[in-house]
Design a protein around this ligand. Sequence first.
Ligand code: FAD
Ligand code: AMP
Length: 479
Amino acid sequence: MSDNFDVVVIGAGPAGYAAAIRCAQLGLNTACIDKSLGKDGKPAFGGTCLNWGCIPSKALLDASYKYLDAKEHFSEIGITVESVGIDVPKMIARKDKVVRGMIQGIAGLFKGNGVTGLTGTGKLLAERQVEFCPHEGDVTILQAKHVILAPGSVPVEIPPTPIDDDRIVDSTGALEFTEVPERVGVIGAGIIGLELGSVWSRLGSKVVVLEALEEFLPMADQRIARDSLKIFKGQGLDIRLGTLVTGSEVTDQEVVVSYQDKEGEQTVTFDRLIVAVGRKPYTEGLLAPDSCVDLDDNGCVNVNELCATNVSNVFAVGDAVRGPMLAHKGTEEGVMVAERIAGFKPLVNYATVPSVVYTHPEIAWVGKTEQEVKASGESYTVGQFPFSASGRAQAANDTQGIVKVIADTETDRILGVHVLGPQASEIVAQAVIAMEFDASAEDLGLTMFAHPTLSEAFHEAALSVAGHAIHMVNRKKRN
Ligand code: FAD
Ligand code: AMP
């Protein structure tokens, strides 16, 4: 292996591997270093997303929903199932197989595109030199013309509930239970907490979610947050807002959690406790002091809107920089940086980063919430359509939720789209495209949608901005 590269990427999560692949596609001699090893001890490119994040959580969310569906909903549609059981080790093993397949996929993409994939630790030194310390073998110094830092993030730990990887786990440990615990506590009603809480609740655990804030999903549209809280509580998730966890005591069998709420100091006992209180950028050991790369007050690598750090030709992307910690946001940044290194001028449109909560129903949105638009003083009009009025949702026996389109009253441009409902994650992709192309609600109304589809609810919500929805009675009527 030559030690000289056009680009060295540190981190092979969705931000780093996408950057490396795009660099190689553009003819740049590229290496990508990652230190992760999988559960099987083998090199595991793919970062948090593939190993301990998006993919394994969705494997368990899908499996657990199928179980719940068979157990609770099949009889409603005339399917009789004598008994529905769960084999948790098999479920986990299938999840692991999916993960391993995806990891191999990244290794294959590296090979196919000519990226030099290196397993070990990378550290940025001065003058774009990178120290590569393999898990086995000697340290090498790589010289790069450009460096892309993509080290990702790790779970936040809080002093009251230290992770012991047995009774108290973080999001990684919550993907590995080998049986269904009777009582599961989740600290944090953020996206990860709700998803992991849903998995174990569907499989039969009694799940209590302890959330310090009084408000549920403050980053979502208030109407959607309110409706979804009601639905999740109806599903049996015991979501306790305004509940600050202050301590824990672990015994052989259980964990007693202390918390403070309006009533004062309380305790609640669980078999397992999942700590899902957020993630923080991971830059430990990444930067030698003379690399001179600045971090910001949150510990993120400080970058501008083009992901350039304060050091020339050193970039940073993904969870380790400002903005939402989402795989697709990191991927877009990685690709943007690769193309800029190759001389092109793309930008990331941070106004159209979609967010998804993979509960059932799903929650997904893009753009501004109604409370944000209201606070900004813009004049706006809301169009809404309930899934209960969608033929496809009725046919599928899956009718909870709404689509909400917020448009600028003067220009009719779409300011935000908020979906609570089946396949909200897929529907919101259409809203992202519409917003990327600066569509108006009328443009969407004039667009033909296949029938019967769940996406028609989005079409009808856009039509209802002007009071033109067909399949519901419009509150406001306009010509
Ligand atoms: P990471 O994926 O964290 O990858 C960074 C990699 O760099 C890691 O492999 C790390 O080991 C390696 N590394 C770090 N430092 C060094 C070093 N010095 N040398 C060598 N290697 C190094 N996001 C979504 O968009 N959708 C979801 O559905 C979703 N679900 C999630 C579910 C869970 C349970 C979790 C925990 C996260 C989820 N996320 C989801 C978030 C998503 O996983 C992250 O936003 C994404 O992985 C960030 O990508 P990244 O490339 O910035 O960093
Ligand atoms: P997110 O950052 O979106 O993953 O959400 C994490 C959630 O955990 C936030 O809503 C925090 O308010 C919540 N949280 C953090 N610390 C505590 C704590 N000690 N007790 C209860 N909730 C907490």
